[in-house]
Ligand binder design. Sequence first.
Ligand code: ADP
Ligand code: MG
Length: 228
Amino acid sequence: MFLLAAENVTKSYYKKNLQIPVLKGVNFGVCEGEFVSIVGQSGSGKSTLLHLLGTLDKPDNGIIRFDGNRIDNLLAKRRDTLRNRSIGFVFQFYHLLPELTVLENVLSPLMIRHSVLGYWFSRKHYHAKTQHLLEQVGLQHRLKHKPSELSGGEMQRTAIARALVMEPKILLADEPTGNLDAVSAQEVIALLRHLCTQNRLSVVMVTHDSNIAAVADRSVKMIDGQIF
Ligand code: ADP
Ligand code: MG
């Protein structure tokens, strides 16, 4: 069974009265501990599918399931909880908070999840956990740095650590190497591969680069709003 799946999903955007069909009946799934890449040209609908899988947006038709349960129609609060606890996101442009250090950026989902008091009581545990994660992604020497003091690869590895701090079951990565030089891209891909193999983390990675996609267990193509 799939951990996360889209069943017969359609999605259109509207500009004025003009309908722009983007997803045209997508069936897609990822198993627990599986690394799947979605390859396709710009504009084919990859990001749209990833947003629907991660409940950042809703399909027009069709169903999104997590662990067998329908999640596309959850009430906002339950959906936000599910997303916060079970789904990690990584984007092309990192989206780190510039005023915060590396350590604070990675801690930020824990701060959002817990009350001030709850956070304060557990802060030593959270700091230790965050430092351990930053060691795993090779950034133990950058804890106090601000994002502007990091390379692209370091920023993306910080974003990956942040995505993992809530111990999600699945990571959704949208062109995670799209803004990186070849060496940094390989490091980030090797890290994702390692996390999947060692921690049984499921990964769905969108890319337009077939060399990057090849690291996955399985690769599917998105062409004009359909998966092949
Ligand atoms: P990809 O990630 O494969 O490049 P996207 O899923 O971002 O593709 O976009 C697919 C199509 O949907 C593109 O033609 C894009 O212009 C259009 N699109 C994406 N988001 C919106 C939006 N919010 N409003 C209108 N059109 C959009
Ligand atoms: Mg995209």
